[in-house]
Design a protein around this ligand. Structure first.
Ligand code: TRP
Length: 330
């Protein structure tokens, strides 16, 4: 039996965070044996907000380096840059024509981003989900690991795929979303009621994967907690402490109960230091590898070139079958 296909990606906007690592990349690493995996860097999606060109180029390579440094094996996975597989843009356009304005205008990410970038509500921001649908459907992905905030985009992908299949016969596999367990949802350190976000304005809210050990320690020391001074899991009433426990749990694989035991009688100061140390220790080898990779652009180029070639095989097959069905000369 052939392996199930996974596709996922991260936008090339901003620096990657501990949330991206624990919530996404670290899970991908665990899936690479069991599934046939396609992991991309969504640099076309990044264009929906304004970027400095040099920064966008660098971020694209940095994400690639993080993928590999975190343990994604380029020989076992297809790791590629979205823009290098032209089929994405092409199928994206075709799917635009099978996606309704009404559906797109219900997307909460569109509404949020439109509010945040009121001076640049461009058409790409609006049709973003159709391009994401193309990313997924080109590879006939069975499973798409995403954060909760992307579930709505996965739903619309399924709707578009079903619509197309109903019109033209079986063409696309209908993908399932695979939302990581709540325990893997990493919240901000200053505002533990919202997701740790690479676009946060308060830098103390976010641990970046590039942060030096002293910076990581300092950010954890400043993390918002509460006045109870007891390490106890309670998301409602103790979101800050609960988030730190989840981070510690994700890093050490200890259960929440084990962590409550371990820190019985301990105050927040000691607990925060222990969490910071665990994070620093986990990130250290990744950071070393990451720096090595960034110093070796020829190697990175080899990886993404091979990845794009690999990806194109399946992507072009799917795109050709779509074109034949709708009457576009191949
Ligand atoms: N929209 C996703 C995000 O912001 C990134 C993304 C683009 C993606 N294409 C994808 C994720 C396809 C999963 C599958 O997180």
């Amino acid at each position: 039996m052939s392996k199930k296909i996974i596709l996922s990606g991260i936008q090339a906007t901003g620096k990657l965070t501990l949330g991206n690592y624990l919530g996404a990349i670290d899970n991908w690493v665990k899936m690479q044996e069991e599934y046939e995996c396609y992991y991309m860097i969504a640099n076309l999606h990044s264009l929906t907000v304004r970027n400095d060109p040099e920064t966008l180029r660098n971020n694209t390579l940095k994400i690639l380096a993080i993928y590999i440094a975190a343990g994604l094996d380029p020989d076992k996975n297809t790791i590629f840059i979205q823009s290098q597989v032209k089929e994405h843009a092409e199928l994206g356009w075709i799917l635009d024509c099978y996606t309704y304005m009404g559906e797109l205008s219900r997307m909460t990410q569109f509404k949020d981003k439109a509010a945040k970038h009121a001076d640049n509500i461009n058409a790409g921001l609006f049709t973003y989900p159709a391009l994401m649908a193309a990313d997924i459907l080109l590879y006939q992905a069975d499973l798409v690991p995403v954060g909760e905030d992307q579930m709505q985009h996965l739903e619309i992908t399924r709707d578009i795929a079903e619509r197309f299949n109903n019109l033209y016969g079986e063409t696309f596999v209908i993908p399932e979303g695979y939302v990581r367990k709540a325990s893997k949802r990493i919240m901000g350190l200053q505002d533990p009621t919202s997701k740790m976000s690479k676009s946060a304005t308060n830098l103390n809210d976010v641990i970046f994967l590039e942060d030096e050990p002293e910076v990581i320690l300092k950010k954890f020391k400043r993390a918002v907690t509460d006045s109870e001074n007891i390490i106890r899991f309670d998301i409602e009433n103790k979101p800050g402490v609960s988030n730190l426990m989840q981070i510690y749990s994700a890093i050490t694989s200890k259960t929440i109960e084990e962590i409550e035991k371990e820190f019985e009688g301990s105050g927040y100061g000691n607990f925060k230091t222990k969490v910071a140390e665990a994070v620093i220790q986990k990130l250290e080898p990744i950071q070393i590898k990451y720096k090595e990779l960034l110093n070796n652009p020829e190697y990175l180029e080899k990886i993404y070139t091979k990845g794009a070639e690999n990806a194109r095989e399946l992507a072009s097959k799917t795109l050709n079958s779509v074109k034949e069905k709708i009457g576009i000369i191949v």
